[in-house]
Design a protein around this ligand. Structure first.
Ligand code: MLT
Ligand code: MN
Length: 311
């Protein structure tokens, strides 16, 4: 099974269009040790021919242009795509807006939780993907499922999806309940275990508000973990002066700190551990930073676009 991280940044990308923070400036300047990154997406294939996308980012057009595997094959029909299915882990703009770029009556299948499908159904703009052509399928809240293309042909990629503590998408937040749902476990945010039939699996969890015992049990002995690397410290956006929200308020667990992901998973037997969905304020984006060194020292990798994992 091949996993390709086609986009490793959080919402906004890196650099973000309106961001003048030192990291975005350094990325624009092309400073050594700082790579630009597109928004959150992963592509998976078991045969190198058909691919399943996990999340469709607003940068999908650029991502396809940079990824030959996601382009129509030379001998394929006049209109075609190797993208057989798209799995959505939540309804955030950075994970669903790319669907709009996949219009043109091209068949594929969308898989998402009931709550995420409800968000698509409530936004009629997504009808540019005619539901008769682009099938919308509900992810079961537990149990394994082989992902299939629009015609029901198996992709060889099997997933198990389960809710993790997370948050409704920003545009669905209820202003009357400001404290609600930052750590909901109702399927607003799901994690997926991805396997390709050889007994090895990877967990893809680009958004997660908390690591609890149930999640630790699931992750035991995972060959690979792609985990929420939005912020290094919980108050990073406030300290940077770019916003008022903590990581927790956005439904994202920080990398560092006593309850952070590095410490919470330190004692576990996990193969590769890789941070994805990295926000433009996260100091680990600078490969020369002490934070980047600390993350590497703790056994984690920091994803970059085009990073490939073979399982
Ligand atoms: C998030 O991951 O918190 C969201 O992508 C934020 C956003 O919608 O911009
Ligand atoms: Mn996001």
């Amino acid at each position: 099974m091949r996993l390709k991280i086609v986009g490793s940044a959080a919402g906004g990308g890196f650099p973000q269009w309106n961001c003048n923070y030192r990291l975005s400036r350094a990325a624009r300047a092309g400073n050594a040790g700082i790579r630009e990154r597109t928004q959150s997406s992963l592509a998976v294939s078991t045969d190198g021919v058909g691919w399943v996308l996990f999340n469709a980012s607003p940068d999908i057009r650029q991502q396809i242009a940079q990824t030959p595997e996601l382009q129509p094959a030379a001998d394929a029909p006049l209109r075609s795509t190797p993208i057989r299915a798209v799995v959505l882990t939540n309804a955030d703009v950075d994970h669903i807006a790319g669907l709009l770029s996949l219009r043109e009556r091209q068949p594929f299948a969308i898989y998402a939780s009931e709550r995420v499908l409800a968000a698509l159904a409530a936004n009629p703009i997504f009808n540019v993907l005619d539901p008769a052509v682009v099938l919308r399928r509900t992810l079961p809240s537990d149990g394994e499922l082989e992902l299939c293309d629009a015609d029901g042909r198996g992709t060889g990629v099997t997933i198990e999806s389960f809710a993790v503590p997370g948050k409704v998408a920003l545009y669905l937040e209820d202003p009357g309940r400001p404290e609600a749902d930052y750590g909901s476990e109702e399927g607003d945010t799901v994690a997926v275990r991805i396997s390709g039939g050889n007994g090895r699996s990877a967990f893809y969890i680009p958004g997660c508000a908390r690591i609890d015992e149930a999640l630790r049990e699931r992750l035991a002995d995972a060959a690979c973990l792609l985990f929420d690397g939005t912020v290094y410290t919980d108050d990073e956006m406030i300290t940077a002066g770019v916003g008022q929200k903590t990581g927790a308020r956005m439904g994202h667990l920080a990398m560092s700190g006593e309850t952070g992901s590095i410490t919470s998973l330190a004692d576990m037997r996990i193969g590769r551990r890789i941070f994805v969905h990295i926000n433009n304020t996260n100091p680990v984006l600078d490969e020369n930073s002490t934070e980047h060194a600390a993350v590497r020292e703790a056994g984690w990798e920091v994803a970059h676009d085009d990073m490939e994992i073979e399982l």
